[in-house]
Design a protein around this ligand. Structure first.
Ligand code: KG4
Ligand code: ZN
Length: 330
């Protein structure tokens, strides 16, 4: 079995997966969302203190499996350094105490593997990763063969939902609350700009939409409930239109047979519908992770760790490093 640990942001999670069958035997997650909600975003210092309390609790629950471990996998990048360190310290202790190898797992690669929990991996695949920290289209051909085809020039897709929610005083995380509110809103009442609409550049940008939302919020203060819903609907429509517009250009160039959406924001129903239509237009098959594995979790870390295990990608327990960086990732 492999024990996996996730602490890259505001979720503490531990999973145990059987290596040969890829069967998930144990998975527990404690989300810190409620603790951060009052601040409108994740407070790193608070997050790391909560991981320090919650990870040992979860490890205690995984105790029945600890005698059968052959490796420990842990997210080491990208993420918040102070929270990654909590998971890595636990993995180091387990590795040294039990004499088992440690596997450093890239968080973005783990999101890709959320598609393969309890399944064989399937490549090649075009993957759209939309989370709080990233917005990327990836050409995924294998464990070690991943190319970034497009990324964001500024804010990420999920982050733009979080900031829109914060501007309207709706708490954190913004994704689910904006999605819900948008269902009650009129997306035509306000018009927001679609970024890079006339640019040939294949990249994403969400700071322009965010600033336009800021101006709308200022101009309509105090916001009544219907105006909040209409802003949410206009924002979500613009955010998805931009995502679709640039991804469609990549579809035109690559004509993928298999396309997947992963990351926390892949739970969004309007996103799923928009890309189901795009896939139908191009005759591609759409792959989605189960809802419970869209947001950060340890099951995807364990599944990614299994492929790393077979490739013997082990790290030295004493020199494993954490990194917040995204640039050199695969
Ligand atoms: O993958 P994830 O759990 O953490 C990161 O790696 O960042 O993604 C969290 C992000 C947050 O920005 C959250 O607002 C967004 O995913 N999100 C959503 C939805 N659910 C979560 N965004 C849009 N619509 C949703 N339903
Ligand atoms: Zn994530």
């Amino acid at each position: 079995m492999i024990l996996s640990i996730e602490s890259s942001c505001d979720d503490s999670a531990i999973a145990v997966t059987e290596i040969d069958t890829k069967r998930l035997l144990f998975h527990r997650k404690i989300s810190q969302e409620a603790a951060h909600a009052q601040y409108g975003g994740v407070v790193p210092e608070l997050a790391s203190r909560l991981h320090a309390v919650d990870l040992p609790r979860l490890l205690g629950e995984a105790k029945p499996y600890l005698d059968d471990l052959r490796a420990v996998a842990v997210t080491n990048a990208p993420g918040l350094s102070v929270t990654l360190l909590e998971g890595v310290a636990m993995a180091q202790a387990l590795s040294i105490a039990k004499g088992i190898p440690i596997i450093a797992v890239n968080h973005l690669k783990a999101h890709i593997y959320s598609l393969f929990i309890e399944k064989e991996a399937r490549f090649p695949m075009l993957v759209l990763l939309i989370s709080g920290g990233h917005t990327m289209v990836l050409d995924v051909r294998g464990f070690d063969n991943i190319t970034i085809l497009a990324t964001t020039m500024d804010d990420s897709f999920g982050e733009s939902f979080d900031k829109t929610a914060k501007m309207m005083g709706l708490g954190y995380p913004g994704g689910p609350v904006i999605e819900k509110l948008a269902q009650k809103g009129d997306p035509e009442r306000f018009t927001l700009p679609i970024p890079l609409l006339h640019s040939p550049k294949i990249a994403f940008s969400y700071s322009g939409i965010k600033n336009a939302v800021r101006l709308l919020v200022e101009a309509n203060k105090p916001l009544d409930e219907q105006t909040k819903a209409d802003i949410a609907a206009a924002f979500q429509k613009a955010a998805i239109t931009h995502l679709l517009h640039k991804t469609k250009k990549i579809f035109q160039q690559t004509n993928p047979r298999d396309f997947a959406i992963v990351g926390g924001a892949s739970a969004n129903t309007a996103v799923r519908e928009a890309f189901a239509n795009l896939c139908a237009e191009f005759g591609a098959t759409l792959h989605l992770a189960e809802l419970q594995y869209c947001s950060d979790n340890a099951a995807m870390v364990g599944r990614c760790g299994i492929d790393a295990f077979f490739l013997e990608r082990f790290s030295d327990a004493l020199s494993i490093e954490v990194s917040p960086r995204t640039d050199k990732i695969f």
